[in-house]
Design a protein around this ligand. Structure first.
Ligand code: PEP
Ligand code: MG
Length: 598
């Protein structure tokens, strides 16, 4: 227990996954370990120096091993970043300084190394040269590794082996961390940073557990064992909730239970507007285990299979056969409904810790998704072959992420043709005519949608990225979350442009970003002409509830208004009004609706 937080205290952040839960927290803190100075007896000084030298050797072996794995699985340039660590590990000035502190101050090696490296870090951080300043981060990393080895610290928490239900709190929960969790024991997530489309938020919705992000300093102030109530509607974490608070939340939970009842009734009904327009409702999934939720929530297939989760948290890349088996089993389980596999979208905020890409100043604008895959044809072709082979099931489609222009699409298609030729030559069965689409998530792609539409079978709008790129607002940064506005007129124009280009060229257009799962925006998207919405399985029912209660005509009028209006908040209010009027019971918890502006 923290012992610091005795009474009720509320942390306010952003609610990103609906629901309320309460329980004990586990704080995943990036600990600044306490390094204590111990005075050594004279006869322990030489053994202490030896111990330090052994740890340097062990650390060197670990780094070389990581480097070898990275070189094997990525490229040598990624592996090169570890050269800096190895060089620092051999830095005689630093090592002599540590020896000196051990000898002269009769101090333990942890203290000596920490003191010496801190001095170095301070010097590096103070220089003007950006390259040298970055070396400070390298040295900090290395220092942590050496200190872990000296103190024999293993991973503080093994998330694979949680043994009781808990709420996970962290500064951030990286994909590599959350991918290892034993999900059945996780009641909710709470993080200091992040926005509605950060990975933590997406994962929470896909697990159907409450989550709040952007809580600023919650992970600093909370301690493992603290008892909290987490409200994923309003983005609050209440520590030591009073009886009154618990009572109020009890009411909220009851409202949610009665809503769930209503939603269950329509789970297997079609998503058709009152005047007969059918919208294809599919689910977003991250691995083959999500298939059960797809079926349970009555989704008509998968609109986005985020395949990067097959690649993270492992020492080697997934083989073609391994991927084939996963894709095939998902397709077989959901037949005849379509399964859209998105090719690897790694980079940005989505990379595993043990296979770090080189540090980039602007990772979201950097070496990510299709850019990465086109530069790694071997890795990409293993996935393409697996998808083509699994396509024999008959219901698989494929789409490329982060297409910014025609060249990338052509290059990717060329690789597909090359893979097909190889499979043909090897007599391996595959789908000759697999539908290929692109995600529209970079503004340039929306602007040339008419050209792209002539080359593909469908579009899927990745609004999470489209919004961040069009509005220059980092999707994971809570400080700019007020700028991340799905109803910004620029976004609506890009969506409209994409849908119109698709239809003019006889192809369909879906939305698979998080806005597709926001019931307040459902009518707007339908009115803009979107044919398919793909959402986390758990929120699909609410979207369907709205669709079944709205008229296409009303949705079109809303879209017409929105396309003429220049105020994002006015558009949002109009959307909320129509949603409330259409399906009041969805919004009995009024906090889910946007507050009137001005
Ligand atoms: C998107 O960008 O909207 C999307 C669906 O892809 P991801 O969230 O995986 O980047
Ligand atoms: Mg995206």
């Amino acid at each position: 227990m923290s012992g610091q937080l005795k009474g009720e205290k509320v942390f306010q952040g952003i609610g990103v996954s609906a629901g309320v839960c309460r329980g004990k927290v586990i704080v995943l803190r990036r600990t600044r370990r306490a390094i204590l100075k111990r005075e050594l007896p004279d006869d322990s000084i030489t053994p202490e120096i030896k111990r330090f030298e052994h740890v340097l050797v062990r650390t060197r072996q670990q780094i070389t091993e990581v480097q070898r794995r990275v070189a094997e699985t990525m490229s040598t340039s990624e592996a090169d970043i570890f050269d800096a660590h190895l060089l620092m590990l051999e830095d005689r000035v630093l090592i002599e300084e540590v020896f000196k502190i051990i000898r002269e101050q009769k101090a333990n090696a942890e203290y000596a190394f920490h003191t010496a490296s801190d001095r170095y870090i301070a010097v590096l951080e103070a220089v003007e040269d950006e390259y040298l300043r970055e070396r400070a981060a390298d040295l900090r990393d290395l220092t942590n590794r050496v200190l872990d080895n000296l103190m024999d610290v293993k991973d503080a928490y093994n998330l694979r082996h949680l043994s009781e239900p808990c709420i996970l709190v962290g500064h951030d929960l990286s994909p590599s961390m959350t991918a290892t969790l034993d999900k059945k024991f996780v009641l909710g997530f709470a993080t200091d940073i992040g926005g509605k489309t950060s990975h933590t938020a997406i994962l929470a919705r896909s697990l159907d557990i409450p989550a709040a992000v952007g809580l600023q300093n919650a992970s600093e102030e909370l301690d493992t064992g603290d008892y909290v109530l987490l409200d994923g509607y309003n983005g609050t974490v209440v520590v030591n909730p009073t009886d009154q608070t618990l009572f109020e939340y009890g009411q909220l939970v009851k409202i949610k239970a009665s809503l769930d009842e209503k939603l269950r009734e329509i789970q297997f009904q079609p998503a058709v507007t009152l005047d007969g327009k059918t919208i294809h409702l599919s689910a977003n999934i991250e691995d083959q285990h999500d298939v059960a939720a797809v079926t349970r929530h009555g989704a008509e297939g998968v609109g986005l299979f985020r395949t990067e989760f097959l690649y993270i948290n492992r020492d080697s890349l997934p083989t073609e056969d391994e991927q084939y088996e996963v894709y095939r089993s998902v397709a077989a389980a959901l037949k005849p409904n379509p399964v859209i596999i998105r090719t690897l979208d790694i980079g940005g905020d989505k990379f595993a810790s043990q296979l770090q890409l080189a540090h980039e100043l602007n990772p979201f604008l950097g070496w990510r998704a299709i850019r990465f895959c086109l530069a790694q044809p071997q890795l990409f072709c293993a996935q393409l072959r697996a998808i083509l082979r699994a396509g024999v099931e008959g219901n698989i489609k494929m789409m490329y992420p982060m297409i910014s222009g025609l060249d990338e699409l052509n290059q990717a298609n060329q690789l597909v043709e090359q893979c097909k030729a190889e499979l043909r030559a090897q007599n391996i069965p595959f789908a000759e005519n697999l539908d290929i689409g692109v995600m529209i998530e970079i503004p340039s792609a929306a602007l040339i949608a008419d050209t792209l539409a002539k080359k593909v079978k469908f579009f899927s709008i990745g609004s999470n990225d489209l919004i961040q790129y069009a509005l220059a607002a980092d999707r994971t940064n809570e400080r700019v979350s007020h700028l991340y506005e799905p109803t910004h007129p620029a976004i609506l124009k890009l969506i409209k442009m994409t849908v119109d280009a698709a239809h003019a060229n006889g192809i369909w257009c879906g939305v698979c970003g998080e806005i597709a799962g926001d019931p307040i925006l459902t009518a707007l998207l339908v009115g803009l002409g979107v044919d398919e919405l793909s959402t986390a399985p758990a929120v699909l029912d609410e979207v369907k509830y709205i669709i079944r209660r709205v008229k296409l005509e009303e949705a079109r009028l809303l879209a017409e208004f929105a396309l003429k209006c220049d105020s994002p908040s006015q558009i949002l209010m109009r959307c909320a009004e129509l949603a409330l009027q259409t399906a009041p019971s969805l919004f009995e918890n009024k906090a889910m609706l946007p507050a009137p502006q001005g």
